[in-house]
Design a protein around this ligand. Structure first.
Ligand code: ATP
Ligand code: BUA
Length: 359
């Protein structure tokens, strides 16, 4: 049986799409969004129709008839904790994303775009390995404030896909190995994979700063900023996500531009870029206890892993912990499509999303 699957991956700076015929990729497009557009449309509800239309326009460019699709699969977003694997997009999931998002994260649009394309065609819409897939150890959830519980949240899809690939290349199964993975995209996250499960992770405001995020910042100063009367909540959130990190210091989140500044002798850019590498190394080191130091490999992945300058610095700071594998870019579209294919072929069952608030 032949299945055509559209995979859609909305990231913080880009939307990537591809059509697969079973496991064969027919075509893909990586749409990098203009930073001015992202700045002027910070809300998911505003960005969603635009990104959906761009995805549909890509199909047209490739003269692909949507009626040929068997299913659409989107990146799974920041839902309340869910299982790793596939879910059918349903009303409860859409309500949660639109009315009560855990956090306004680009990945939330994956389910919405998948549903918007699939529903008129009468075909299933799925998400796979959502960012909030939860395999945490209980000890990983504890913070110093009882009301605040750490939620499992990271680039699950790509981190697991790269760890699986590294295991395959080592001639072993993912479940036999232990990995520390640093995903370095518009957002940066770290995950500790123990025998096939992400038992702890750091991301967003809990980890390193990133090209456009603040990362973890001493909270006492943030409390002062909150009560200073100088900022609205939305303005402070933008400092944490969107306008933080390298962009806050250097005015751009494009690392290729930053490397150009460095080549032109910009010392501030060089200091900040090495600080970026150092923070990534610290994030990896912070998770090493989750594996009790039994690290088969440290994987550096995501768009920024294309940068030799960054990966050389990071390796220099961290290779005492284990062998470093550089696996640039991401395999998220493949991971989405192969997951949906396993569901369509009956090898896996799609989970039913249920929500305490939205049914
Ligand atoms: N060749 C390169 N050298 C250095 N940095 C690069 C290179 N290619 C991409 N990047 C950087 O990688 C980042 C984007 O990575 P990626 O495309 O993985 O992110 P995304 O998918 O938009 O977001 P996320 O991964 O957080 O979901 C940008 O900061 C970009 O400048
Ligand atoms: C993709 C979830 C993790 C993050 O954005 O930091």
């Amino acid at each position: 049986m032949v299945y055509d699957i559209l995979a859609v991956n909305p990231g913080s700076t880009s939307t990537k799409i591809a059509v697969f015929r079973n496991r064969q990729e027919m075509f893909r497009e990586d749409i990098e969004h203009d930073s001015a557009f992202l700045d002027s449309h910070p809300d998911i509800e505003e960005q969603f129709p635009f990104r959906r239309d761009m995805a549909l326009a890509c199909l047209e460019v490739h003269s692909y008839q949507v009626e040929q699709l068997s299913a659409v699969v989107g990146r799974g977003g920041l839902l309340p904790p869910v299982k790793a694997g596939g879910y059918t997009v349903n009303q409860a999931m859409k309500d949660r994303i639109l009315k009560g998002p855990i956090s306004p994260h680009a990945s939330n649009m994956g389910a919405l775009i998948a549903d918007a394309v699939a529903a008129p065609l009468g075909i299933p819409a799925y998400i796979y390995d959502a960012v909030s897939s939860d395999e945490f150890m209980e000890i990983s959830r504890i913070t110093g404030i009882p009301e605040v519980v750490r939620q499992s949240f990271c680039h699950v899809l790509n981190s697991k896909a790269m760890a699986r690939k590294a295991a395959e290349e080592a001639g072993k199964s993912y479940e036999e190995m232990n990995f520390l993975v640093a995903h370095m995209g518009g957002g940066i996250s770290f995950s500790a994979h123990r025998h096939g499960k992400i038992v702890d992770a750091l991301s967003d405001d809990g980890g390193a700063f990133s090209p456009q995020r603040s990362g973890s910042v001493p909270i006492i100063y943030i409390v002062d900023m909150c009560y200073s009367g100088k900022y609205t909540k939305a303005e402070l959130m933008r400092k944490i996500r969107g306008d933080g990190g390298l962009k806050a210091y250097l005015g751009t989140y494009d690392c290729r531009e930053i490397e150009k500044m460095i080549r032109q002798g910009n010392e501030k850019a060089e200091l900040l870029y090495e600080a970026q590498a150092y923070q990534v190394a610290k994030g990896i080191g912070q998770l090493a206890p989750a594996l009790k130091g039994n690290v088969d490999a440290i994987i550096l992945t995501g768009g920024m892993a294309h940068s030799k300058m960054l990966t050389d610095w990071i390796t220099d700071y961290i290779d005492f912990l284990g062998p470093v594998r550089i696996m640039p870019g991401e395999m998220e579209l493949e991971a989405l499509a192969y997951g949906a294919l396993r569901i369509l072929q009956g090898q896996e069952k799609a989970n039913i999303y249920r929500d305490a608030l939205y049914g």
